[in-house]
Ligand binder design. Structure first.
Ligand code: ZN
Length: 130
């Protein structure tokens, strides 16, 4: 499907006319959707935003997992000695606990706060014809 019209890359508003953005007034950010590569550019911008968002959530999840893991080591050491019943050394159990907590927190956070797609309309699996 070929898109028509113009889009502002600053505020993501679509409009029919070129020139200044009708919403934010930016005059150097309005792109023609019919031009080659514009949809790929918008999709790349969305992907970059998603990567930054995911990296931010990952750091928060790792931090919380480390704090929770340290709290278990200090106050609930018996939990790590009982579970899992595999003969892992203690420090491996701590690392395993922190990893599971971190992955779980990151997965939950990505579901709770997904990255917002500003240019979802431009996303297409088929490349532009040459
Ligand atoms: Zn705008």
């Amino acid at each position: 499907m070929k898109l028509t019209g113009f889009v502002c890359t600053r505020c993501a508003r679509r409009q029919d006319a070129a020139g200044k953005c009708a919403q934010c007034g930016a005059d150097d950010c309005v792109l023609d959707l019919a031009q080659r590569g514009v949809c790929e550019l918008l999709t790349d911008m969305d992907d970059r935003r998603r990567d930054v968002h995911e990296a931010r959530l990952r750091w928060v999840a790792v931090g919380i997992a480390m704090v929770l893991g340290a709290a278990v080591v200090v106050w609930a050491r018996w939990l790590l000695i009982l579970v899992p019943p595999i003969p892992f050394p203690f420090f491996l159990r701590v690392i395993l606990l922190m990893s599971v907590l971190g992955v779980g927190l990151l997965t939950g956070a990505m579901k709770l706060w997904p990255a917002r797609q500003r240019f979802g309309f431009a996303r297409s699996d088929e490349p532009d014809p040459p």
